[in-house]
Design a protein around this ligand. Structure first.
Ligand code: ZN
Length: 134
């Protein structure tokens, strides 16, 4: 297994950043032709997901829908840091995803991209990519 790590710098509180090319580079650098790429985000107020890269309105709408479902301000939040919504969004979206690797390339649909999801930015973050053969 090869593990690669790269940094992300978010600019807004909520943001989806396309990391497909950086994950693809990790796969290429691993020199593994057939296998699996696992993308893992080691943070409790961020996540990773796969969604559409063609129409930027999709990213906007996903973030808006998450905000509507999990508002930043709620009377019942107890967490002293004041970022409970970001923690909830992280759990809803998840902190890991997997993509098949075939002939040294990510197997993604035409309109799919891998997005780092920031829910408590702006911050510096890390993304780990584990590429396994098999
Ligand atoms: Zn917190």
């Amino acid at each position: 297994m090869h593990i690669f790590t790269f940094d992300i710098h978010s600019r807004r509180r909520d943001e989806m950043i396309d990391i497909t090319e950086r994950v693809a580079k990790a796969v290429a650098d691993s020199r593994i032709a057939e296998g699996l790429a696992t993308v893992f985000v080691p943070h409790t107020t961020a996540g990773v997901t796969i969604n559409e890269n063609a129409d930027p309105d999709v990213v906007h709408d996903v973030l808006a829908a998450l905000d509507a479902a999990v508002p930043h301000e709620r009377d019942f939040y107890d967490h002293h840091e004041g970022n409970s919504a970001a923690h909830v969004k992280s759990s809803l979206v998840g902190v890991a995803t997997q993509v098949l690797v075939r002939q040294g390339r990510l197997v993604l649909g035409t309109w799919q991209a891998i997005y780092f999801c920031e829910f408590d930015g702006p911050r510096s973050r890390q993304v780990h990519v584990a590429v396994t053969e098999g």
